[in-house]
Design a protein around this ligand. Structure first.
Ligand code: GLC
Length: 562
């Protein structure tokens, strides 16, 4: 059980596990996962070594956007259980030292939300009508792009009841709230307070760039939107201790930077642009995409932290790349048009890596060593596959694969009653890719992921350190230092498919000794000359650099993973 400190610091050292209640474990045989099922599996999550669970939306909803279309902000969807179940889950997570982040979806609601139903019938110009953004003219705010390009042709839809158009940045069944109406902000503050009072540790702020609209702009990242965030943050800080905001702003680094404000908006924000560039680097066998985007990443205020990820519940978004890079990504990773959705790719990590173990491990090594708190997506720790036939982004939201039993041990209901079918085809089928099988196999991906999470957490430099890229001539190798207090970590990654040697300029550390982190083995001392390393296919090496006279072996150098 954690103590609450006034100012949160836990997010700096977090390793986050993202999951959907629906997909995790069905305890009552209705085909949907639920909180009681999640409770059964909490020890599994704790054993992964993660510190934090991020839950996708579990609120009452018509589920046309997998719960991001909320019909009641302060309840639990009956498919997933009750508010009492949620409380029990939260207490059990806290008892295991796990923090919990939930979703605060404040850009839009479902059309089923009572606020919208009330707005449609309220008189034009009334505060009730003005909970949403209405217009008689569907040409307003023409500068705003369409985000769900596969389904929507306009950000306006006609409402026959209200006899006006309403504004929506996402699906037409998700009307945007109107932050020019002060009553909306008051209502949203109350929703925030509701979940924080229950004890939730953090809130992911969904789709925050789009809160406010202004004519003549692209309606993204507006100063008025930042003002709203500062109000939410001030209320959170005034009334609660030790809680954080995690911002979802799918933008370039320079546009995300303002979401940290002067340390008075979000504590964390996803680093969207680095994500596709990890894939690009591995496809090209060249470090440049990662090094370039890190160079464009501005420093962030004290108390703030990036969140980085390989995959999540959405498409692998290609919004934050150039047109040329997007074509390259599609050609490399989504040859079949069914693998594409909106501006992105709907596949899981293992299939993206053609199930190559070395590649999957290298991607995890990047995730665990680049700056920011890593976010793991449920099932990727097993190498789960996807189902591109399910439509929208559902192919990456199939049931968790627990065992070779019926329905992958996810549920004992008839298979036909599952919310989605489990993945059955080789090589990703649940018969072989499942928790039970991987727990029994010391060389499995699951054991590797547990070990790398554990190793990362041993060294604070991974979580809090500087990022100092080295510039060896061999561009197939990405090498960087992470430095925190007197801890210096060296990470060397061969992002290419063939064996490489690399000469690193480590002259600053003349006389120091690299200690390899997995084994605790000392490597030859660094001298004034370039330091030579060889790396096999997609290898990565992590070292702690020990000053002369430092400990010969690491304190806790028992091989990780054994
Ligand atoms: C966020 C969610 C996505 C959802 C969208 C609209 O981007 O990550 O899943 O569809 O918001 O609610």
């Amino acid at each position: 059980m954690q103590e609450r400190s006034k100012v949160p610091t836990w997010h700096h050292d977090a390793v986050i596990y993202q999951l959907h209640i629906k997909a995790f474990r069905d305890s009552n045989r209705d085909g949907f996962g639920d909180f009681r099922g999640l409770l059964e599996k909490l020890d599994y999550i704790a054993e992964l070594g993660v510190t934090t669970i991020w839950l996708l939306p579990f609120y009452p909803s018509p589920l046309k956007d997998d719960g991001y279309d909320i019909a009641d902000y302060c309840g639990v969807h009956p498919n997933y259980g009750t508010l009492e179940d949620f409380k029990e889950f939260l207490a059990a997570a806290h008892a295991r030292g796990l923090r919990v982040i939930t979703e605060l979806v404040i850009n839009h609601t479902s059309e089923q939300h009572p606020w919208f139903q009330r707005a449609r019938i309220a008189p034009k110009g009334s505060p009730e009508r003005d909970f949403y953004v209405w217009s008689d003219d569907a040409n307003r705010y023409a500068g705003a792009r369409i985000i769900f390009t596969d389904t929507e042709t306009s950000n306006w839809s006609w409402d026959p009841v209200a006899q006006q158009f309403y504004w929506h940045r996402f699906f037409s069944h998700q009307p945007d709230l109107n932050y020019d109406n002060p009553a909306v902000l008051e209502a949203v503050l109350d929703v925030m307070r509701f979940w924080l009072r229950l004890g939730v540790d953090g809130l992911r702020l969904d789709a925050i760039p789009y809160l406010v609209e202004r004519e003549g702009t692209n309606c993204e990242n507006l100063p008025e939107t930042h003002a709203i965030l500062r109000t939410l943050r001030a209320a959170m800080d005034a009334e609660f201790e030790d809680r954080i905001f995690l911002g979802e702003a799918n933008q370039w680094p320079s546009d995300v930077r303002p979401y940290f404000g002067e340390g008075d908006e979000c504590h964390m924000a996803f680093h969207f642009p680095v994500m596709p560039r990890m894939y690009m680097a591995v496809a090209k066998g060249d470090r440049t995409p990662i090094v370039d985007i890190m160079a464009q990443t501005p420093p962030i205020p004290e108390g703030c932290q990036w969140a980085i990820f390989l995959r999540n519940h959405d498409e692998l978004t290609l919004e934050m790349v150039t047109d040329e890079e997007r074509d390259y990504m599609y050609a490399q990773y989504a040859k079949d048009p069914r693998m594409r959705v909106n501006v992105g790719i709907r596949r899981r990590l293992a299939p993206l890596m053609d199930n190559g173990r070395k590649e999957i491990e290298l991607m995890h090594a990047l995730l665990m060593s680049l700056p920011g708190s890593p976010v793991l997506y449920y099932g990727d720790e097993l190498g789960m596959g996807d189902n591109v036939y399910l439509g929208d982004r559902n192919g990456v939201r199939t049931p968790m694969q627990w065992s070779a039993d019926r329905n992958a041990g996810f549920s004992s209901v008839d298979s036909a009653a599952l919310y989605f079918p489990v993945v059955v085809d080789p090589p990703y089928g649940y018969q072989t890719v499942n928790v039970e099988a991987e727990e029994r196999t010391p060389s499995s991906l699951l054991h590797f992921v547990r070990a790398i999470v554990k190793l990362r957490r041993r060294y604070r430099a991974f979580a809090r350190g500087t990022f100092e890229p080295l510039a060896p001539e061999n561009r197939h190798v990405l090498a960087f230092l992470r430095r925190y207090d007197d801890e210096v970590i060296l990470c060397v990654n061969n992002v290419a498919h063939h064996a490489q040697y690399v000469e690193l300029d480590l002259s600053e550390f003349d006389g120091w000794r690299p200690i390899e982190l997995w084994s605790g083995n000392g490597f030859p001392k660094i001298g004034a000359l370039p330091y030579l390393l060889t790396l096999n296919t997609r290898d990565f090496l992590w070292f702690k650099l020990e000053p002369p006279g430092g400990a010969r072996r690491l304190d806790a150098a028992s091989p990780v993973g054994s």
